[in-house]
Ligand binder design. Structure first.
Ligand SMILES: Cc1cc2nc3c(=O)[nH]c(=O)nc-3n(C[C@H](O)[C@H](O)[C@H](O)COP(=O)(O)OP(=O)(O)OC[C@H]3O[C@@H](n4cnc5c(N)ncnc54)[C@H](O)[C@@H]3O)c2cc1C
Length: 421
């Protein structure tokens, strides 16, 4: 690989100098050649931890890994951080509290709280148990959130690569060799650990490890605002369901966006002359696609019972919340129940040096409908960031890092860790 890269660079150098002479001589076909070859930038990056996907979970994983001292690279195929919370417009993360107390804190909460404060917003009172779960979701200004998230990554020393995504991944003696591509860019990454935070476990898919997916998945939603004046971040956007929305490939993503926009256009026309489209999110937000088959799987019975796993690394709290063609009827958890997420649910079965965080957590479909919300995704991101950075430092794999050490890093960085029995 190394030889290939050097050879390619030499080729580019030769081509460039050849072009310079041809251009001076006014050779038009050489100018075309220049456009075809000079755009390629070859980059070699060494990292302890590579995080793929800078969304809800990935941003927090990156900040945690960076703050824990790992040389961290964050590769995000889009142009900004936050994922579903920002690009998707779901700017109301929850739930950080359960039954009158805060159960999720740490780096995700730090960024959410800071973004509310900078925006002059109001935080919910976690000491009171709301009548409806959604009343304690935190309304953030997504623009402020993405600015603060990027600032936190930079301050933690995270190297950022927007517009890039992994094209091929192979195991190496020291971890992984990952080839990422982006417009005009080819980046070879040598890293010890990977955290897949792509939402639909794309890295796990590239590696051919098992993923789970039901024939019918929950609809995505396109978020927008029709009519009247609005205040960014303080007022909920309108949504329309995009049935069949699938975040797996560029082809299915294109379809989900076009389906959503076509439905919106129909609605706009149906609203009549007075209707004004004031705001439109750049892409359809996805609720469900692939989940991993992990070292353990959280079932809906575990979730409803609030099972306290031996290797629990964070809490989760939300009703079972499955959206179908008939809408959604959230099923609240029984009073006092607070589910937990085990470290093993973040590790693809049989893998080494690989974790996931976010909605692709190993879980059955109904458990996932509650686990997929943003506060647990952030908490999973922080736990994966801590485990992967320790594993990289110790030249081992996350499952072999003593749990107490992972929990100690999490507590040091403000996270709430479930107490073992
Ligand atoms: C309409 C809707 C309403 C919701 N309502 C709520 C709610 O009220 N409260 C709540 O807390 N949660 C809610 N959720 C759930 C929650 O927002 C998501 O489940 C959660 O944000 C997912 O986080 P994630 O980190 O797994 O994925 P994402 O936030 O989607 O992040 C994935 C990131 O990975 C990037 N990516 C993907 N593939 C690649 C690749 N191959 N290479 C590089 N980058 C890649 C994406 O661009 C994205 O930035 C809702 C979800 C939807 C869709």
């Amino acid at each position: 690989m190394e030889q290939h890269s050097i050879a390619r660079r030499r080729f580019l150098q030769c081509t460039a100098s050849g072009i310079a002479m041809s251009v001076a001589a006014g050779n038009a076909s050489a100018i075309e050649t220049r456009h075809a070859t000079m755009a390629d930038v070859d980059i070699e990056t060494e990292a302890d931890v590579l995080i793929v996907g800078g969304g809800t979970a990935g941003t927090i994983a990156a900040v945690q890994a960076g703050r824990a001292g790992a040389k961290t690279l964050l590769v995000e195929r889009g142009s900004l951080l936050g994922g579903t919370a920002t690009t998707g417009g779901v700017a109301f993360p929850g739930l950080f509290d359960a039954w009158g107390e805060q159960v999720i804190a740490g780096i995700g909460w730090e960024l959410v709280k800071k973004s509310v404060e900078l925006d002059g917003g109001v935080l919910p009172d976690f000491n009171t148990v709301p009548e409806h779960h959604w009343q304690n979701q935190v309304h953030i200004n997504p623009y402020v959130y993405t600015l603060l998230a990027e600032e936190a990554c930079v301050a933690a020393g995270v190297e950022m690569a927007y517009y890039e995504f992994p094209h091929s991944i192979e195991a190496s003696d020291t971890g992984w060799l990952v080839e990422c591509v982006g417009p005009g860019t080819r980046r070879r990454v040598r890293c010890r650990q990977i955290i897949d935070c792509t939402g639909g476990a794309s890295v796990v898919g590239i590696l051919g490890l098992p993923r789970l997916r039901d024939d019918e998945t929950q609809p995505g939603s396109l978020l927008f605002k029709l009519g009247g004046a609005r205040q960014v971040g303080r007022e909920q956007l309108d949504q329309l369901y995009v049935h069949g929305a699938d975040s797996s490939t560029s082809v299915t993503l294109t379809k989900a966006n076009m389906d959503g926009r076509r439905s919106l256009l129909e609605r706009l026309r149906a609203e009549g002359e007075q209707a004004r489209l004031l705001h439109l999110q750049p892409e359809t937000a996805h609720r469900e696609s692939y989940r991993i088959e992990g070292e353990t799987m959280i079932t809906v019975d575990d979730y409803r019972a609030g099972r306290l796993y031996d290797d629990a690394i964070c809490y989760a709290f939300y009703p079972v919340d499955l959206h179908t063609r008939d809408g959604v009827r959230p099923e609240p958890l029984d009073e006092g129940v607070v589910p937990t997420i085990p470290l093993r649910a973040l590790i693809p079965r049989g893998s080494r040096n690989l974790m996931v965080a976010g909605r692709c957590v190993s879980s059955d479909r109904l458990a996932n409908s509650g686990l997929r919300v943003q506060a647990p995704c952030m908490a999973m991101g922080q736990a994966a960031g801590a485990a992967a950075s320790l594993a990289a430092q110790r030249r081992t794999t996350p499952l072999e890092v003593p749990l107490d050490d992972i929990r100690a890093v999490l507590r040091e960085h403000g996270a709430i860790v479930p107490k073992p029995l």
